[in-house]
Design a protein around this ligand. Structure first.
Ligand SMILES: NC(=O)c1ccc[n+]([C@@H]2O[C@H](COP(=O)([O-])OP(=O)(O)OC[C@H]3O[C@@H](n4cnc5c(N)ncnc54)[C@H](O)[C@@H]3O)[C@@H](O)[C@H]2O)c1
Ligand SMILES: OC[C@@H](O)C(O)[C@H](O)CO
Length: 301
């Protein structure tokens, strides 16, 4: 009976997905990567959360990204490429990171994630300068508050372009490098609590849609790329105390967010960093296509 189910499934797989080979059991690429990159990690408590290889972080000089970058380095990443529209304004913070991790190569590139050619070039340069691309954390993102009746289409397009298409462009470029390296990889997309429920009180239809789409992007890429040993997961932060939430009209909104949140406060980027580390480390080797909400319980209330 079981084997007939298996052969039915195989037949269905061949018919529906002729070009895809669904991984049966363990992915050899994922296993090989875990063993080669985490040789000391088996059965060791510290090793469980060790990170191996080179990471690319987009939106890399943003508030959350700088905290995530430090955590990724603390847990053992051997190289870092920070990609952002604007690197210059974060020069001091990047210098501090280089001082703290003198043995690690920390590279930066000023790139717009919506520019396919520039992203591909930055990924190629990561391979040239660091040796490989093993992890990608997509944090580049913008918001915009406008009522749907008034929203200029140019604003709608830009928010979706940066938040959703930009994440796909970066994931595609990084995954191409990972596939050709043959060691698998880890990709994290940054969705939001806004992917799960409509923000209140600020009207942010484009932002909400852009983040909702990332959840399905994460699932689709996870399904397609598992056979290469690449995992794709997402994080959904709630309201974090960063400049992103200091925009016009958001001061009053902050009060409402805190009142409606069971924790009674906004989160800190540090409170996201551990989840990112887990997803990138050996501990996250079997986690794929998952989304983790980090919002103080805001989504359940
Ligand atoms: N702060 C929050 O409350 C919160 C909540 C949920 C999700 N998020 C998401 O987390 C991510 C980081 O947020 P943050 O609070 O650190 O904001 P931030 O503004 O500090 O960081 C975003 C970074 O993205 C960069 N960026 C914007 N457009 C870009 C582009 N086209 N190309 C390259 N880089 C670009 C910015 O220059 C900035 O450095 C965003 O995707 C945001 O939507 C944030
Ligand atoms: O929903 C929380 C965030 O995604 C976001 O920080 C906020 O809505 C932007 O103002």
């Amino acid at each position: 009976m079981a084997s007939s189910h298996a052969s039915d499934r195989d037949a269905l797989t061949k018919r529906v997905l002729p070009e895809m080979t669904l991984a049966q059991g363990r992915s050899p690429a994922a296993e090989a990567r875990i063993d080669s990159l985490h040789p000391a990690a088996r059965d060791s408590a510290a090793g469980r959360f060790s990170i191996a290889g080179n990471a690319v972080i987009t939106g890399g000089t943003g508030a959350i990204a700088m905290v995530v970058a430090r955590a990724v380095l603390q847990h053992g990443a051997s190289g870092l490429m920070l990609i952002d529209l604007n690197v210059e304004t974060s020069r001091d913070a990047i210098r501090a990171l280089r001082d703290e991790f003198p043995d690690v190569k920390i590279e930066t590139r000023e790139v717009d994630v919506t520019d396919e050619e520039a992203v591909t070039k930055a990924i190629d340069e990561t391979v040239q300068t660091l040796g490989s691309v093993d992890m990608l954390v997509c944090l580049a993102g913008i918001v915009g508050c406008a009522h749907a009746l008034d929203m200029p289409i140019s604003q709608w397009r830009r928010v979706l372009d940066v938040n959703t298409t930009g994440a796909f462009i970066c994931a595609q470029a990084a995954a191409r490098a990972m596939v050709s390296q043959g060691n698998g990889g880890r990709i994290i997309l940054t969705a939001s609590i806004s992917a799960h429920r409509v923000n209140f009180p600020q009207p942010q239809v484009a932002y909400n849609v852009s983040k909702g789409a990332l959840l399905m992007l994460k699932s689709s890429l996870a399904a397609e790329w598992a056979r290469y040993g690449i995992t794709v997961n997402s994080i959904s932060p709630g309201y974090m105390d960063t400049v992103l939430n200091e925009g016009e009209g958001l001061a009053a909104a902050r009060k409402v967010w805190n009142e409606r949140n069971p924790a009674g406060r906004m989160g800190l980027p540090e409170e996201l960093a551990g989840v990112v580390v887990m997803m990138l480390s050996r501990a996250g080797s079997y986690m794929n296509g998952a989304d983790v909400v980090v919002d103080g319980g805001g989504h359940v209330f």
